[in-house]
Design a protein around this ligand. Structure first.
Ligand code: PMP
Length: 461
């Protein structure tokens, strides 16, 4: 019998956790010393920890709980599906009703000619699928030389060997021998950090044109695809200048390069529309989905393919798939999540009402002495911290020092906000109310004020 319960003292849970659980993206030794925060329940936008504190989750978990916590309908659907058909695979000429229904719904929701879904259990797996899929696509079209995938530095596309290679996180590449061959990285459209004296518009064009340069250098006949998030999330919520995406689309069209939009964060209402591709005005050939697809209630992801890509891949046996591709319980829960997002008008209301309110309030933080830029699209927001707004200067401390200080104060003030270097980022559940937005902003400002005192005391300002 499992004797570990929510009712054990926090310190005991923390000690057991540190003894036997290895955490992702964490320094285990530090975690053992400080003790992880134990989350026991959640409802709407609020988490409860083992000490009974209630915490406003301005990150929707890991950018995924779009629908908010505590929706019984999803639990009911999962229980019912487990009773009826808890598992069956979709290999070898077999299918089941939940995966049929979910695929039909996704084809309806996805823009343009994106009508075919290949499933995974996560974004990482879906991007691994994409990697093999685009190469297979070109081989099937008689162009087996078209193998290279172009991505961007500071992109995040997952943690597996393939998706971690597609990503451009140097800290990840340094561990475990990444990237694998055949992946080429260009610079990101991060005007705040890398734009120098250029206007955002010129800089956006220059960064997009790096794609064209790379294609010409590598050879048009060697490049299979370009992958990018409409708006980079884990990289720090980097909102590209308006000139960036139209130029990327032009280049992909001109050189016949498949465009993969990684919508793992941007999808399912996060940017104020159903998909980030719609927000930035692009026509991807493939979209990577996960997270908001099930609002994190079940692990499920996938690749949505255009009619053309699906037709080419469908003409051969693509030797690829996962035991849990299209898992019936995950598919049923995802479908119920999409039903609620659509029928209750969660996405529509967020885009039309909450997002403009959130934008106004979030941007008001730009008057804080440490905030240089408050950028937000839909429900993806980022504060760039700086000791000097005019010159967009960096602090005289290793990158992330001040971001970490702010995050610590947020944590103490019962607000989950994340720091990426010296940027503070948010991605709240789409069901957040205006009052909760006010609380978010109050707590963020308080945390910034408290950290500011420390930053000054340490001579960093
Ligand atoms: N792509 C993007 C854009 C992501 O943000 C993430 C996860 N943060 C992934 C892929 C990987 O998804 P997962 O963690 O589900 O493997």
């Amino acid at each position: 019998m499992n004797k570990i319960s929510n009712h054990l003292p926090t310190a005991e849970l923390q000690a057991l956790d540190a003894a036997h659980h290895v955490h992702p993206f964490s320094t285990q030794a530090e975690l053992a010393e400080r003790g992880a925060r134990v989350i026991t329940r959640a409802d709407g936008c609020w988490l409860t920890d083992s000490d009974g504190e209630t915490i406003l989750d301005a990150m929707a978990g890991l950018w995924c709980v779009n629908i908010g916590y505590g929706r019984d309908e999803l639990a009911e659907v999962a229980a019912q599906q487990m009773r009826e058909l808890p598992y069956y695979n979709t290999f070898f000429m077999t299918t089941h009703v939940p995966v049929i229904a979910l695929s039909k719904k996704l084809a309806e929701l996805a823009p343009g000619n994106l009508n075919h879904v290949m499933y995974s259990s996560s974004g990482s797996e879906a991007n691994d699928t994409n990697l093999r899929l685009v190469r297979t696509y070109w081989a099937e079209k008689g162009k087996p030389e078209k193998q290279v995938i172009i991505s961007r530095w500071n992109a995040y596309h997952g943690s597996s060997v393939g998706s971690g290679s597609l990503g451009g996180m140097k800290g990840m590449h340094a561990q475990g021998g990444l990237p694998i061959p055949g992946i080429h990285h260009i610079d990101q459209p991060d005007w705040w950090n890398e734009g120098g004296d250029m206007s955002p518009e010129d800089f956006g064009l220059e960064r997009a044109q790096q794609l064209e340069k790379a294609i010409l250098e590598l050879g048009e006949d060697k490049v299979a695809a370009f992958i990018a998030e409409p708006i980079q999330g884990a990289g720090g919520v980097i909102v590209p200048p308006a000139t960036y995406w139209p130029e990327i689309q032009r280049i992909c069209d001109k050189y016949e390069i498949l465009l993969i939009a990684d919508e793992v964060i941007c999808g399912f209402g996060r940017t104020g529309k159903w998909f980030g591709s719609e927000t930035v005005g692009i026509r991807p050939d493939i979209m990577t989905i996960a997270k908001g697809l099930s609002s994190g209630y079940q692990p499920i992801g996938g690749s949505i393919l255009s009619d053309e890509v699906a037709a080419v891949i469908g003409a051969t046996e693509f030797n690829h798939g996962y035991t849990y591709s299209g898992h019936p319980v995950a598919a049923a829960v995802a479908l119920e999540n999409l039903r609620i997002l659509e029928e209750e008008g969660v996405v529509a209301r967020f885009g039309a009402q909450t997002a403009p309110y959130l934008k106004e309030k979030f941007q008001s933080l730009a008057d804080h002495p440490m905030v240089g830029e408050a950028n937000i699209v839909g429900g993806m927001g980022s504060l760039a911290l700086t000791p000097d707004k005019a010159s967009r200067a960096k602090f005289a401390a290793p990158a992330g020092t001040v971001g970490y200080m702010v995050r610590e104060r947020c944590f103490a003030n019962n607000l989950v906000m994340r720091h990426v270097g010296d940027r503070m980022i948010i991605s709240p559940p789409l069901v957040i109310t205006n009052e909760e937005v006010d609380t978010l902003i109050e707590r963020a400002r308080l945390s910034l004020d408290e950290a500011y005192e420390k930053v000054k005391a340490e001579g960093l300002f």
